[in-house]
Ligand binder design. Structure first.
Ligand SMILES: Nc1ncnc2c1ncn2[C@@H]1O[C@H](COP(=O)(O)OP(=O)(O)O)[C@@H](O)[C@H]1O
Ligand SMILES: [Mg+2]
Length: 353
């Protein structure tokens, strides 16, 4: 649906050119919710503005729905842009227009008659749950309601793609959930392709099918959300995921392990960090290992969560055991698709932190 190739975006800066995008390739499939996550300044807004050619890239091509936007003339581009809706962090509503008139605006610009506008706007207001507030002004509604207006407005031209640039970043967690739920509903009902730009992994976790991580103008990692959450490869990805699945064991956990070790100074035991998803998340992950290898296993830390009905998580487990028992347990977990990381020596790990 969206094919970006070799996108470079350079801005003239006061102290020399700023390279906001340094060669981005992305393929976004029709009907998916594709998340793009990165820290502030990573190039997210530059990227989203390139997709609808609000910014013309310094180099590279932008193909949306089979059309190369960079090759279109001004008039063709204006028409092509109707297929791409966009919503923003600060909603960008016109304060002098009512809810209804904000949603109607793109249709007025497209030259529809008042009757046709009404026939489009009313079902959209219904869809976003704002029919009863249609005569209010932006100042008279909440942030979540403003974003619902933004969504209805973005859908007015019946786009095939919806771009969202930090659309929930100004909202509280509960409102964020309801807006993301609405985006998912729209995605499913209309088969709309959604590109979701965010700095929050919670947003990716709640609604994205696939995710790309952007760092300093480059895509450093991408894949299905569950894979990226359970097998993050890049340091930026790991630090962004940390809020959902702790990547480092906290010092308090390591202190607890040291206390366990002190009980058996001759056999310091082994601490593992296990990351699992889907099938591997089966409960018998622990009970089978305990039975088969006669292990005295302690769970010292953990987190189990869900993405689109698929369990995933992290457990830190500790065992006093013989090398044969330890090797058996690790082989069993790996065969079950669990990522096993041996935390070398809690004493040293604690000193490093
Ligand atoms: N119009 C501009 N002129 C100059 N530099 C810009 C402009 N827009 C963005 N930048 C710079 O480009 C980089 C990426 O910015 P941006 O795409 O807004 O990142 P993000 O949305 O991830 O925070 C930043 O260093 C930013 O300062
Ligand atoms: Mg931005």
């Amino acid at each position: 649906m969206i094919e970006l190739k070799g996108i470079v975006q350079t801005y003239p800066g006061t102290s020399g050119p700023v390279q906001a995008l340094r060669g981005v390739d992305l393929h976004i499939r029709p009907g998916e919710v594709f998340g793009i996550i990165g820290r502030s300044g990573a190039g997210k807004s530059s990227l989203v503005r390139v997709i609808n050619l609000l910014n013309r890239p310094t180099a590279g091509s932008v193909v949306v729905g089979g059309r190369d936007l960079t090759a279109l003339g001004a008039e063709d581009l204006r028409v092509a842009r109707r297929d791409i809706g966009i919503i923003f962090q600060h909603f960008n509503l016109l304060s002098s227009r009512t809810v209804y008139d904000n949603v109607a605006l793109p249709l007025e610009i497209a030259g529809l008659a008042a009757n046709d506008i009404k026939a489009r706007v009313e079902p959209l207001l219904d869809l976003v749950g704002l029919s009863s507030l249609k005569d209010r002004y932006p100042a008279q509604i909440s942030g979540g309601q403003k974003q619902r207006v933004g969504i209805a407005r973005a859908l007015a031209n019946r786009p095939k793609v919806l771009l969202s640039d930090e659309a929930t970043s100004a909202l509280d967690p509960e409102t964020t959930r309801s807006i993301l739920g609405l985006l998912r509903q729209i995605n499913q009902e209309f088969g709309l392709t959604v590109v979701l730009i965010t700095h929050q992994m919670q947003v990716i976790k709640q609604v994205a099918d696939r995710v790309a991580v952007i760092d300093a103008g480059r895509i450093v990692e991408s894949g299905p959300v569950l894979d990226v959450f359970t097998r993050p490869q890049h340091a930026t990805t790991r630090s962004l995921i940390d809020e959902i699945v702790p990547q480092q064991l906290p010092p308090s956990v390591l202190a607890r392990v040291r206390a366990l070790q002190a009980k058996a100074p001759d056999n310091p035991g082994q601490l593992w960090r296990l990351a699992f998803s889907g099938e591997g998340a089966d409960q018998s992950l622990l009970s089978d290992v305990i039975r088969r290898f006669d292990l005295d296993l302690s769970i010292v830390h953990g987190q189990v969560d869900e993405i689109q009905g698929q369990p995933f998580g992290m457990l830190a487990v500790f065992a006093h055991a013989s090398p044969a028992q330890l090797a058996g347990a690790v082989a069993f977990w790996r065969a079950a698709g669990v990522q096993v990381e041996e935390v070398a020596n809690p004493q040293e790990a604690a000193n490093v932190q």
